[in-house]
Design a protein around this ligand. Structure first.
Ligand code: PEP
Ligand code: MN
Length: 475
């Protein structure tokens, strides 16, 4: 382990202090309601999923989504991908029971170490021993992902490929009324884009800070990368001391593995190692805020990581579950308001309680996953079955969160989503979340369930969400 961390600490940074400072500044604009934050991507990336096609689809979806938001909200959108480093997964339990098929075809239950993400161990049940070399592999996969994102964004990807609304098909939308409203949005958006092309105001296709503000850190549009700061050895090895750009002679520690990292809901203990690490870096950070967070604990936590109340530093990512928003969010908002701490509030409507589905559905889904992962004869499941999310509960959590903020004179500054534009080999979207305009049903979940972690909205469902935000803001 030591030699791996030593090696990592000598490798070049992935991102620079000036990019990090630029994001801090943009997040201070989110805090003052002058911009909106879109934080989105996979629950967890995999090494195997690091392909040109996947990266294009992921970045393309984030750009498309932000295009709708910019057009609907008339505000710049700060785009932060859960990408180029989102390999580690927090687990509630160190062990899990899996169902495997023995050589003679019999199903047996076995207890193994939980899968903790590609940078720790393997999804294959026979590869659960943690291997430090995986951290090096995580570094190189992150680097190559980021390199390709930078290359795409400096080559016209944002204005050319698949992010033009006229390319979005509405064939999946089952309801005629909905198809008509979505069609209107697409027309409005396309006309606005065509108009800006005509008058020569290009270069800001996906909307943002680009117009008149120079090029973004990764090319023609601003795009930042993030992951959960879970593996402290890795994070520390990529933490570098540097002069703060624009502040001569003042030095600070920057986590150079990503522009933005966040503390998960399971590792935010006030006296824990994660909070101690996050306290020491200058990057803008996120804190997941779940139903078990007490209001005074939240204020103390924000005080520890941002004692000087600096703008742009702290983003609170609330994730209570749709039915629990009313019980927790008002208290949290009031406590923060009284403390005078500047924060951006964003809503993660995807990590509250899940509905779970019978294991039998999972067996079918995973048999597909196995094919792509070349693990024959074995099937993995959790005793609770398949994780899914219903589109309705995602919309409900967002809507309740928005209502509470406006009631308390606070601003919802953004959203944190798990979605993917990934397609399977035949060009179909994944089927991991229920509902949406395609009305994905429970029995269809098994068709293309490809996530080995939390279920993600697919391309169509993600655009539904963006369109709904437009429809709601029109009311
Ligand atoms: C996640 O963002 O994938 C996650 C595990 O979130 P949380 O820490 O909020 O449960
Ligand atoms: Mn997740």
């Amino acid at each position: 382990m030591r030699s791996v961390l030593q090696k990592l600490s000598n490798l070049p940074p992935l991102v620079t202090p000036s990019e990090i400072e630029r994001l801090r500044h943009q997040l201070s604009l989110v805090q003052s309601n002058k911009a909106f934050l879109l934080h989105a991507g996979d629950c967890a990336e995999s090494f195997e999923g690091c392909t040109a096609g996947n990266i294009e689809k992921k970045v393309g979806l984030i750009l498309s989504f932000s295009l709708v938001l910019v057009w609907g909200g008339r505000k710049p959108v700060v785009r932060v991908g859960r990408i180029a480093g989102q390999y580690a997964k927090p687990r509630s339990s160190p062990k899990e029971k899996v169902k495997i098929k023995s050589e003679n075809g019999e199903e047996i239950i076995k207890e193994v170490m939980s899968f903790r993400g590609d940078n720790v161990n393997g999804l294959d049940v026979n590869d659960r021993e943690p291997d430090p070399e995986r951290l090096l592999s995580a570094y190189f996969h992150s680097t190559t992902t980021l390199n390709y994102i930078r290359a795409l964004l400096t080559s016209g990807f944002a204005s050319l490929h698949g992010t033009h609304p006229r390319d979005w098909s509405l064939n999946h939308v089952r309801s005629d009324t909905l198809r008509k409203s979505f069609g209107k949005i697409i027309d409005g958006l396309s006309d606005a884009l065509d108009f800006s092309h005509t008058i020569g105001a290009t270069g800001s296709e996906a909307g943002g800070f680009e117009r008149g503000a120079g090029r973004g850190p990764l090319g023609e549009v601003d795009f930042y990368v993030s992951h959960e700061g879970l593996m402290l050895g890795y994070e520390e090895a990529l933490t570098r001391e540097a002069l703060i750009p624009g502040q001569p002679k003042q030095k600070a520690s920057y986590n150079t593995s990503a522009h933005f990292i966040w503390i998960g809901d399971r590792t935010r203990q006030l006296d824990g190692a994660h909070v101690e690490y996050f306290r020491g870096i200058r990057n803008p950070i996120g804190i997941k805020v779940g139903p078990s967070m007490e209001s005074d604990e939240l204020v103390r936590l924000v005080g520890i990581v941002n004692p000087d109340k600096e703008p742009g530093r702290v983003t609170l990512i609330t994730r209570y579950g749709a039915e629990k928003v009313e019980a927790h969010l008002p208290g949290h908002i009031k406590a923060i308001q009284e403390s005078g701490h500047p924060v951006a509030w964003i809503c993660d409507p995807m990590h509250g309680k899940y509905a779970s589905f019978p294991a039998v559905v999972l067996l079918e889904c995973v048999s597909q996953l196995r094919l792509t992962r070349k693990i024959s004869y074995s099937t993995q499941t959790s005793p609770s079955g398949l994780k899914t999310r219903h589109f309705k509960s995602i919309i409900t959590e967002l809507t309740s969160t928005l209502a509470v903020h406006s009631r308390l004179n606070s601003d919802l500054g953004g959203v944190s989503l798990e979605f993917t534009g990934e397609l399977n080999e035949e060009g179909y979207s994944v089927t991991e979340c229920l509902g949406g305009s395609m009305e994905l049903a429970e029995e269809e979940l098994g068709l293309r369930y490809q996530s080995f972690c939390d279920p993600r909205l697919n391309f169509e469902q993600s655009l539904d969400l963006a369109f709904f935000s437009r429809i709601t803001s029109n009311k």
